[in-house]
Design a binder for this molecule. Structure first.
Ligand SMILES: [Zn+2]
Length: 275
């Protein structure tokens, strides 16, 4: 089975089609609609080898969603010390597929160190300016994918890479933060911009797997050589909001496991018990 067929099998459908799957479990994923949005997080080393490498995988994704859809990938730089340039800054940390995607003709990229890249009908809206100091709120590419009722495809990666969970944390109003900075261009001069971001080691985002599986809200399959998961952005946000309402620190490791979660917990202490 080729990649496109595997993606179809998983439930990635041309968004202008009226195809329906025969299994009832697949029904909610099969409702392709014009202008659909697919946000892809992937690790090529898990998916490949495939024909034509990363470009072959991107071509298969585009073929699977069809011309009426919008394909989105993370595109954030790893470089806090130089101004972000949407035409030049690499996003190697996002993997070779993401770092190939933004360079392709017709692909737009937002102008932010927290950039996403998009191609298709909603690409302009998804890559419109977004604030530096709230990287993954409703007014950001992942927020716009959520508003557009987009789907998320995890290809060879787990929910620990799923930026939409940061969106849910932002919507939930969690109070933990970690100090961050970026160097930006302002009136032709570079300036350091300090801000705090909802962040931690993100390993426990993998808890979301079970939360989604419980309600049959994600489909699993194989694409290339990798495990793949497909779900609605809205389902991720809904299950995460539900858990965060019950326990704000559900994603944070206990003290002493890793420095990121320790920092996030320490930031909570700043707020005392006022919650
Ligand atoms: Zn941690």
């Amino acid at each position: 089975m080729d990649l496109t067929a595997q993606l179809h099998e998983l439930g990635v459908r041309p968004f202008d089609s009226t195809l329906t799957l025969s299994s009832s479990k697949g029904e909610r994923f099969a409702q392709g609609k014009p202008g659909g949005v697919l946000l892809v997080h992937t690790s090529f080393s898990r998916v490949g080898p495939v024909e034509d490498g990363p470009q072959g995988l991107i071509a298969a994704l585009r073929a699977a969603v069809g011309p009426a859809a919008t394909l989105v990938m993370p595109s954030m730089s790893d470089d806090d010390d130089h101004p972000f340039d949407p035409e030049k800054s690499a996003c190697a940390g996002m993997g070779v597929v993401a770092n190939t995607f933004w360079k392709l003709p017709g692909v737009l990229r937002s102008n932010s160190p927290h950039a996403f890249a998009a191609a298709g009908r909603h690409a302009v809206a998804i890559t419109a300016p977004h604030p530096l100091d709230v990287p993954h709120g409703l007014n950001s590419p992942v927020g716009r994918v959520y508003e557009l009722d987009g789907q998320i495809l995890l290809l060879g990666v787990g929910h620990d890479t799923d930026t939409t969970i940061h969106l849910a944390e932002t919507m939930a109003g969690v109070r933990y933060r970690r100090p961050k900075y970026a160097v930006v261009l302002s009136d032709g001069k570079t300036a350091r911009c300090d801000y705090s971001e909802i962040d931690h080691c993100c390993q426990n985002f993998n808890l979301v797997d079970a939360w989604l599986d419980e309600g049959q809200r994600q489909r699993r399959g194989i694409v290339g050589h990798a495990e793949a998961r497909l779900m609605r952005s809205r389902d991720v946000v809904e299950v995460v909001l539900d858990r965060l309402r019950k326990d704000e620190t559900v994603f944070l490791h206990p003290l002493g496991v890793d420095i990121e979660c320790d920092e996030a917990r320490a930031s909570l202490a700043l707020y005392g018990n006022e919650a």
